[in-house]
Design a protein around this ligand. Sequence first.
Ligand code: ADP
Length: 302
Amino acid sequence: PLMFFGTTNLDLCFNVERLPTPGESLMGALTRHPGGKGANQAVAAARLGLKPHFYTYLGDDDAGQSLLKSLMEAGVRTEAITVCAGEVSGLAVVMVADDGSNMIVIDPGANSKVGPDMIESATKFIERDAIVVAEMGMPIPALNRLFEMKREKGFELIFNPAPVRPGLPSAAWRNVDFVTPNQTEAFELTGIEVCDFESAARAAEKLLDLGPGAALITLGAQGAYYADCTGSFSLRAFPVKVVDTTAAGDAFNGAFAASLAQRLPLKEAVRKALAVAALCVTRRGAQSSMPTAQAVDEFLQS
Ligand code: ADP
C-alpha cells in the first residue's frame, strides 16, 4: 500500500520570449496542464504500475473536475480526495522564458483547507506496512498531524520538504523515515550550500541531526546522495538530453516511494528513482512526462 498526501493545482503556463518587467504587457502562448507536487508524485508512481492512493483537496469548479479526471486516468486511486464546496481549486500561473527562467504565482485555493482532524480520519485505516509520502504544500498543522499519526500507526514516512516553509515543530522530524530535499531545500534547511557530493554529505549530516532516519538529497544532473546513521552512498544521474526539468524531483520522489513499496533494496530504489527522473527530464510537461514501467525497464537495459 502506497499513499501520497499533497497539493493539486491547475498550471496555467505561459511561454514567453522573456519575463515581463513591472507594468509591461507581453504576448505569450498559454497551455493548461494538471500539476501540484503531490499530484505529480502520485501520477509518477501510478505510471510505474502501482495503484497509489492520493489525499488532496480540490475546489468544486471546472478545474477540480478536470484535475480529478486526469488523476483517475493516470491510475491514481481517488477515493480519499475531497471536493470542497464553495472553494476554488489550486491554481498556478507559470511564466517560462526562452532562456528557461521562470516566474510562478500560486493560489492554493482548496489546498489550504486541509485540517489536522481530516488527516486523522484519513490515516485511520492506513496499515503498518504502508508507505506514506508527504510534501510541504499542505497546511503545516495538517502535516504535523500526519507525522504524529506515523508514530501511532507505524507506517513508513517519506517527507519531501518542498517548498520549505517555517512552522514545523522540531519534534516532528523524528517521525520522518526519509527526508528528500533538492539542493535548494537542503540549503534552506541546513544553511549548507550543496554543490557536489562532498557538500551534500555535510548537509546530510546536518539533516540527520534534525531527527529523520535517513536523508536523500537530489542534486539535479549530478544525481543523489543518501545517508543514515549506518552509512552513506552516492549515485550519479543518468546522462540524458534535457528538454524540460519540470517535475524532475516529483518523478524522483514518486518512483522512490513506488520502489520501496515494491520492496526493492534501498540502493536499487534510488537507482530506479534516478532513471525515472532522467526520463522525465527528456520530455516536456509535468505529469505527461512521467514514464511507464516498461519505458524505465527498457532504459535501464539499454
Ligand atoms: P527538483 O526537480 O526538485 O529541483 P533536482 O533538480 O534535484 O530536483 O532533480 C531531481 C532528480 O531528477 C535528480 O536527482 C536526477 O535524478 C534527475 N535530474 C534532474 N536534472 C537532470 C539532468 N539534467 N539529467 C539527468 N537527470 C536529471
